[in-house]
Design a protein around this ligand. Structure first.
Ligand SMILES: [Zn+2]
Length: 74
């Protein structure tokens, strides 16, 4: 079965990249608003990340209507 209309996004997530201080491999986290420690997938070393501001993340979600406002206008 093929749905005729293109489906628009109804949710979104912000992906943040952190560069490992040991080997510089990138680690991607979805809006990390709490300070956490992560283990690098490349060198297996652990490092803590500075969180992102949850109000800033919420503002962007609100501004883009949780992704719906980012659709290309028809
Ligand atoms: Zn690493």
């Amino acid at each position: 079965m093929l749905y005729k209309e293109p489906v628009k996004p109804d949710k979104m997530a912000l992906l943040f990249s952190y560069s490992c201080p040991f080997c510089h491999q990138e680690a991607f986290l979805y809006s990390p608003v709490e300070p956490v420690s992560i283990r690098c997938g490349g060198c297996q070393n652990t490092f803590s990340i500075a969180p992102v501001d949850k109000h800033t993340v919420q503002f962007i979600h609100t501004m883009l209507l949780n992704g719906r406002a980012a659709s290309v206008p028809e």
